[in-house]
Design a protein around this ligand. Structure first.
Ligand SMILES: *[C@@H]1O[C@H](CO)[C@@H](O)[C@H](O)[C@H]1NC(C)=O
Ligand SMILES: *[C@@H]1O[C@H](CO)[C@@H](O)[C@H](O)[C@H]1NC(C)=O
Ligand SMILES: *[C@@H]1O[C@H](CO)[C@@H](O)[C@H](O)[C@H]1NC(C)=O
Ligand SMILES: *[C@@H]1O[C@H](CO)[C@@H](O)[C@H](O)[C@H]1NC(C)=O
Ligand SMILES: *[C@@H]1O[C@H](CO)[C@@H](O)[C@H](O)[C@H]1NC(C)=O
Ligand SMILES: *[C@@H]1O[C@H](CO)[C@@H](O)[C@H](O)[C@H]1NC(C)=O
Ligand SMILES: *[C@@H]1O[C@H](CO)[C@@H](O)[C@H](O)[C@H]1NC(C)=O
Length: 603
């Protein structure tokens, strides 16, 4: 027993140092205001269940735990208990796979660290520390056991929590992608839930033409426009991934954060739906916004708002927003039924509006045409009908979806799945909801064509220079869904994994800010390009060749061209911008892959 502990402290002392629990806790990543920590607990006597009380040196704002149930009354001490699958261990085993993200005030100094851990009533931190000076020779059995637990896998490999090992730490990617959405928040930020130190309240005067409150929501990309069409599209996909891959999020300790991520958007979309048939689809003037480079908190330009109505309708915008709110109502069905019902009411009204007044929103809201012009609205009509059917089980919506599918020729093989084109999403969602060969064949045709499409020399499924990685990730998401329906599952999961791994580092570099090897450091993104206050932030900041002073954790950049060529250049908004739209299919795909790995299905 003593030699086991002694060996562990010697081994771990080299990896981390500084606190009484350093032999047990492994901080695998950290950022201002938080850290991700894995626990490695040596088991000394056989157990059938466990309770752990973890104390921190100072209060957290929240602790998100994976592979354990967690409660706390004071945010300093947390009680963790085993789940159904990780209660039983024999003597000599190492309990691994349990870990957490700790969030705290980003100005905290020193940062909160683990000060003690009681495991089934025993303080395992001090016990091991006291034996560290008396390290004894290790038996062969113990050495083998320890090497399995700590060094058997290559450095690049990480466990998916339980289940199969994954090449990249998906939990970290999911956590950081959600941090990116935090960084995009507009409006009044909750005092106890803002992990982005350089962000605070902004655009508090966003109002409609009749002074309706339009604060909140997300900034679209590197700029500060609020654009409803791509936002709703991103949120439909994000909500979809939470509905279908909750294990992906919960095993990363991120389920609640992910729910709150879509709620930050749905709260805003509900505000913007000011009358049954009137919806604000944009806040901010493109030219005025793009003439400014700086912090959103410092903006002073006017920010006009634009809407659709019965006289200037937009079925694509209203339909996509209905889809997003229907999907969000499903996310909240078991969390808050009142909120879920509220989302559904708005979804139904927006769907009826879209169906009854058919037009393209970019004709009705010319301001939007400059950024996200819609090529058609038939796909969003079918898409919103399918999502309303999924959320309500009311066959009226199913019949509508089928009719729109035929009317708008949605069985044709689309080239992409994007904020503009939902057809591939309609096909796979209808396949899932109906099990009808018509839709399954269309989905198979789409994913087969992507499997067979020649890739770039380094393996990217290249669709377009604008946001090349986003396109690949969106297709990955659709084909992961198809795989769930048992349509060529292995081939589609491999395609998806290959595309996501391309973004995470397979070409030798990461395309996700603040993650992995050689990540982008100069994303085209205003707030993260600004130095800490009170330093000025303006066009000279934009022109500087130094890295963004703030790390925009989790943002997927646009990505390389068709020859895998990419330069990390802030002024290049084609390859180096970031967007709510870019991260959605990417995050959803990572959640799906994490879910598959945790369940031992695929890695
Ligand atoms: C601690 O985390 C680091 C970084 O993720 C990892 O390389 C290392 O293997 C971990 N240590 C142990 C003992 O698992
Ligand atoms: C939990 O562990 C305790 C202590 O070993 C034991 O007495 C109890 O029966 C266990 N409970 C279950 C449900 O296994
Ligand atoms: C913890 O493990 C015990 C025994 O394996 C099990 O009965 C219990 O349900 C587990 N706890 C939870 C919350 O699943
Ligand atoms: C975070 O800490 C700073 C410095 O101590 C303090 O001014 C600020 O109010 C704190 N923020 C919160 C949310 O507690
Ligand atoms: C549930 O949602 C409603 C409507 O948004 C809100 O008023 C209420 O506070 C929520 N309840 C909880 C427990 O968050
Ligand atoms: C289904 O939806 C339609 C269209 O909104 C509505 O007229 C009908 O009453 C709904 N049916 C049920 C059973 O709720
Ligand atoms: C779906 O359809 C296939 C035939 O295409 C059938 O074998 C399978 O049982 C169906 N599944 C469900 C859930 O209805």
């Amino acid at each position: 027993m003593l030699s086991l502990s002694g060996f562990i402290i010697v081994l771990f002392a080299r990896l981390v140092s500084g606190g009484p629990c350093d032999n047990i806790v492994n901080v695998t990543s950290s950022w201002p205001g938080g850290h991700t920590t894995a626990l490695l607990i040596p088991i000394k006597t056989p157990i059938t269940n466990w309770t752990m009380i973890i104390s921190f040196s100072s209060a957290l704002t929240s602790l998100q735990v994976w592979s354990a149930a967690s409660t706390s009354t004071n945010n300093i001490q947390f009680q963790l208990t085993n789940l159904s699958y990780n209660g039983v261990y024999s003597a000599g085993a190492i309990l691994s796979g349990v870990g957490f993200n700790a969030y705290f005030n980003s100005s905290a100094n020193p940062v909160p660290t683990v000060s003690s851990i009681l495991f089934n009533g025993v303080n395992i931190c001090s016990t091991v520390v006291s034996s560290s000076t008396t390290s004894k020779p290790v038996t062969t059995t113990t050495a083998r056991l320890l090497s399995t637990a700590t060094t058997a896998k290559p450095m690049a490999t990480t466990t998916s929590s339980t289940g199969l090992p994954t090449k990249y730490n998906y939990r970290e990617v999911i956590t950081k992608s959600l941090l990116f959405y935090y960084a995009q928040r507009s409006g009044r930020l909750p005092v106890n839930d803002n992990p982005i130190a350089y962000r605070s309240d902004s655009a508090l005067k966003d109002v409609g033409q009749n002074a309706e409150d339009l604060t909140g929501g997300y900034y679209d990309a590197g700029d500060h426009l609020k654009l409803g069409f791509p936002l709703a599209s991103a949120m439909t996909i994000a909500a979809w991934s939470i509905i279908d891959y909750p294990i992906g999020y919960s095993s990363a300790g991120q389920l609640t954060t992910a729910q709150n991520m879509v709620k930050w958007a749905s709260d805003y979309l509900i505000k913007a739906h000011v009358q049954t048939n009137k919806f604000y689809g944009q806040v901010g003037d493109g030219t005025l916004d793009h003439n400014y480079w700086g912090r959103p908190e410092d903006m002073t330009m006017s920010r006009p708002a634009y809407f659709i109505s019965t006289t200037n309708p937009g079925s694509d915008l209203a339909g996509e927003t209905a889809a997003a709110l229907a999907a969000t109502s499903m996310v909240f069905a078991s969390v808050n039924s009142t909120y879920s019902a509220l989302c559904l009411t708005h979804a139904k009204q927006l769907y009826d509006f879209a169906k009854q007044y058919q037009a393209k929103y970019s004709q009705s809201m010319p301001q939007a045409a400059a950024f996200y012009p819609s090529s058609d609205f038939g796909d969003e009509l079918a898409w919103s009908a399918a999502w309303l059917y999924r959320a309500t089980n009311n066959v009226t919506y199913l019949n509508d979806a089928k009719a729109f599918y035929t009317q708008f020729g949605l069985s044709n093989n689309p080239s992409e799945f994007s904020w503009d084109s939902k057809t591939a999403g309609v096909q796979v969602l209808m396949a899932k909801l109906t099990n009808d060969t018509l839709y399954k064949t269309a989905t198979k045709t789409f994913c087969d064509s992507k499997v067979n499409q020649p890739k770039t020399p380094k393996g990217l499924l290249f669709i377009s220079t604008w946001g090349s990685l986003r396109h690949a990730a969106n297709i990955a998401f659709v084909c992961l869904q198809a795989a769930d329906l048992n349509i060529n599952p292995l081939a589609y999961r491999k395609l998806a994994q290959q595309q996501i791994h391309y973004a995470l580092g397979d070409t030798g570099r990461s395309f996700v800010v603040g993650f992995g090897v050689n990540p982008p450091v100069k994303p085209h993104h205003e707030s993260s390009s600004c130095p800490n206050r009170p330093a000025v932030c303006d066009w000279s900041t934009y022109s500087s060749t130094t890295p963004n002073p703030q790390t925009l954790y989790g943002a997927l950049v646009g990505g390389p061209d068709s020859n895998d060529i990419y330069t990390d250049d802030r002024s290049n908004y084609v390859t180096n911008e970031v967007a709510c739209d870019y991260n959605a299919g990417f995050q959803g795909s990572v959640a799906a892959l994490q879910s598959l790995a945790v369940q031992g299905v695929f890695n």
